[in-house]
Design a protein around this ligand. Structure first.
Ligand code: WTA
Length: 647
């Protein structure tokens, strides 16, 4: 760290093309409030959320870093997202506009959503789901997935949504870790015209006796035949049919769990990131409202999957709590053609569009003729999330999608943070393409060097959060020690995000990306250790080191360096087998693009594999410092062999 990034053009500034006086004033006011007195700021913001009982203390730090927010407050997240909108005119407003991959469409008004959430919650209750039970949700991007999340929230049963792209093994691990007795799934999901057998994956995940699951609720999507186990499996529509029209929301404490979401860390075991109710709702409500300048008439579309935190916070809880209209698209951006997203924006006249840099890079590659063929004039604001957005990608997005009319909100945050922490605001006068800009009001972040001192302007360091924020995760499920070790022990009392960043003299923050052993492939977080532990399961493999290699579209691609056991040879078949093994254990998102066999791996004297050097080789960089290596010759050998293969 320490040196400036090379080959970076001087940052340009782009004036906000849509600056309105009122929005500007709001931004200035919020920033001032947040700076003067963050706790007062968060106390004020909590007024926008509906409480059954007011809280009596904003923040309790007595057991820091196990912070507690809005002490004594009582609320229900589903009440906030649904009930409070159906008393007034919003009952007839579209809550969810669903676009199926095949072009089928469904609109659920707030009244519709209210009815379905109530019926499902009541039906689940009759099946035995009660407060505190963890319900696993493994579903496609269909309205039923949102209904399922809200129904769980209504019952005070924390949901654990598992991304539909995860394999049955990954699903099994998450079900077991959460000791989940209930699973809500679908027969299958549709992707590029093909179906993915979700129910079958669930069946496999539950095989083998010791599964905690008692009931599996299945909705129909693909219509394909599935096997239903008598006594265990039940159709979603039958659960609805048994449900009453009204199901009283559980009165939850602000600190009661709302959900668990598994995410990758630096060990082989995924972390169950636990979010609670009060702080989370205030955090996502507030950040959605002000970062996207929420307006009643907006049609908002976030392209994330509900299996990730972005889907939780900014498809479900943030927008619905604000009474927004949110678009839910089931499928892929290139089905049936590469203009699918633009045709959806045109069809529904989407005004706010929130997507990931990896998607924008894909659109750039496909060419500007695709968006140009559609009327995108309804757009007024754009967002970006998941990884750093390269300045040239930002500019392309701004020009070809936003028509140079729409400010771009580059939102930095994490599964752990629950809500945006660093982002521009629509009331800012200008933006620096590629920079996430500034902390959200009431949030305090900094960039530190190894010694814990703030870095000098323009230098790189570690991104930390200096004060607690309401939507922060509270712990790692069943693993408080790991919570402390991973996030809070590096710098006493500060949250270590795991990202590198730099800060300009004027306070502009650039997030550079992960600096731990976590990869970011197409905006998806994957731990190198997770993939390595799958590879070493194979009988031919002695050792494996996984790295992220720069990739034009995905940001990073997975590359594995593997040493084989005596007598085993690195054949093409073995490569295929290893890739298949990773897909079956984790999912296609973790499939190594490249597997390279090497007689040895570069290690320090203490035996730690130096992945950084492998990355230098894979990316063709000048090899970094090798002085700490046990045997520097190893790296020379790998470089030669790798080079001759690539050449
Ligand atoms: C990266 C996704 C730069 C970062 C919300 C972080 C970003 C990780 C940005 C969290 C951004 C997310 N600029 N990097 N705007 N947004 N990241 O938990 O490395 O899936 O640590 O949450 O994504 O990924 P996660």
């Amino acid at each position: 760290m320490g040196n400036k990034q090379q080959n970076m053009p001087d940052p340009v500034r782009v004036d906000n093309p849509a600056l309105e006086q009122g929005v500007r004033e709001t931004a200035v006011k919020l920033r001032r409030m947040g700076q003067d007195d963050p706790l007062h700021f968060w106390a004020e913001m909590s007024r926008d959320v509906a409480w059954y009982r007011d809280w009596n203390k904003v923040l309790d730090q007595s057991e820091a870093p196990f912070y507690r927010w809005y002490l004594g407050g009582r609320l229900n997240a589903s009440y906030n997202c649904v009930d409070r909108h159906v008393d007034g005119w919003r009952r007839n407003k579209a809550a969810i506009i669903f676009e199926g991959e095949r072009g089928d469409s469904r609109v659920l008004t707030y009244q519709d959503l209210y009815r379905e959430v109530n019926k499902l919650a009541s039906g689940l209750q009759k099946l035995g789901v009660k407060r505190g039970d963890v319900v696993t949700i493994y579903m496609p991007m269909i309205p039923e997935a949102v209904v399922a999340m809200l129904a769980c929230a209504r019952l005070g049963a924390p949901h654990s949504v598992v991304f539909g792209g995860f394999s049955s093994d990954a699903l099994r691990e998450r079900i077991r870790d959460a000791r989940s007795r209930f699973v809500i799934t679908a027969d299958g999901s549709l992707r590029r015209g093909k179906s993915v057998p979700l129910k079958q994956n669930v069946d496999v995940a539950l095989q083998g006796g010791s599964s905690p699951v008692e009931k599996v609720i299945v909705t129909r999507r693909t219509g394909e035949a599935v096997s239903m186990e008598v006594g265990r499996d039940i159709w979603y529509e039958d659960v609805l049919a048994q449900g009453e029209l009204y199901c009283e929301p559980e009165v939850m404490d602000a600190e009661d769990a709302l959900f668990i979401l598994y995410s990758s860390g630096t060990t082989g075991k995924p972390k169950g990131i636990l979010h609670t109710t009060g702080g989370y709702m205030v955090g996502v409500h507030t950040t959605y409202k002000y970062t996207f300048d929420h307006r009643e008439e907006d049609i908002y579309w976030c392209t994330a999957d509900i299996g990730w935190i972005t889907g939780h916070s900014y498809i479900v809880y943030g927008p619905l709590s604000n009474g927004a209209t949110t678009v839910l698209y089931e499928g892929s951006p290139d089905y049936p053609a590469q203009d699918r997203f633009w045709s959806i924006i045109e069809k529904y006249r989407v005004s706010i569009f929130y997507t990931a840099p990896t998607a924008v890079r894909l659109f750039m590659k496909w060419g500007e003729q695709w968006p140009a063929a559609h009327d995108l004039s309804s757009l007024r604001l754009l967002g970006s999330v998941g990884e750093p957005i390269n300045p040239e990608v930002w500019l392309w997005y701004y020009k070809h999608i936003g028509g140079e009319r729409c400010p771009v909100m580059d939102t930095w945050w994490q599964t752990e943070t629950g809500m945006f922490l660093v982002t521009p605001l629509p009331g800012d006068e200008s933006f620096v393409p590629g920079a996430a800009m500034r902390p959200f009001p009431g949030v305090d972040v900094d960039v530190l060097n190894e010694q814990g001192e703030p870095v000098k302007a323009g230098e790189q360091g570690y991104l930390v959060v200096k004060k607690p924020w309401p939507a922060m995760f509270r712990t790692l499920y069943n693993d408080p020690e790991r919570y402390l070790n991973t996030y809070w022990r590096q710098y006493e009392g500060l949250y270590l995000a795991g990202d590198g960043a730099k800060k300009e003299a004027d306070g502009t923050i650039w997030v550079i990306g992960r600096i731990d052993d976590v990869l970011n492939v197409s905006g998806h977080r994957i731990g190198t250790a997770e993939i390595e532990s799958v590879l070493v399961e194979h009988e031919a493999v002695a050792e494996a080191a996984v790295i992220g290699k720069k990739h034009e579209i995905k940001g990073q691609s997975v590359a594995a360096f593997v040493t084989l056991k005596e007598g085993c040879s690195g054949t093409e078949e073995l490569v295929t087998e290893l890739k298949r093994l990773v897909v079956s254990r984790i999912g296609a998102l973790a499939r190594p693009e490249e597997i390279f066999f090497s007689a040895e791996l570069p290690k320090t004297r203490s035996g730690k594999i130096m992945r950084r050097l492998l990355r230098d080789i894979a990316e063709g960089n000048i090899i970094g410092d090798t002085t700490t290596l046990m045997d520097p010759q190893v790296i020379t050998n790998i470089k030669e062999k790798y080079g001759s293969m690539a050449g």
